[in-house]
Design a protein. Sequence first.
Length: 185
Amino acid sequence: MGDVLTRLRRVSTTLSDAMVPHAFIGAMGRLAWGTVRATNDLDVQVAVAPKEWAACVDALATAGFRLDLEYGDTGPPPDNARFYDDVGFRLDVMTDKTRFQQQVVARATVQRVLGTDILVESPEDLVLYKLIASRPKDLDDIDDVLRTRHVAGLPVDWAYIEGHARDWDMLDAVQILRAQFESPR
């Protein structure tokens, strides 16, 4: 994880120094709220206005990440952008075009991940993002984070999750998870 840690620190410092509101999502969320799993890239949600996108790209370029592809609604800013550094390490950047994405950044908290303090998505936002993707590793991440919280007796804001799940027709899946992880320990 040394390569990931070096780049995590670089991206976090760069975005913070450039005053770009952001939250690390994906595997960094799992590392913050659950147990360790391997990853070979970074995912970050940023909050930038159209006129701020170029400055965000420039800041990441000074950190050694070159813009490779913008996709989705190509804005500016685009919905998503893929960056690589000089050895091919991938950084995926999502912009905050939806109410949910705006809340991900607003709800982010500083957590210690891999020995570094970073802004990271909430456990509830991780569950929502992972349900949207629904790949096997995403479902494993959901299970791990919810199980970790359940065993530790930590709360989950199910009303928040269910509110967004309704928007994406995922309420049945969330209710199954809730029944599984709200049961007595």
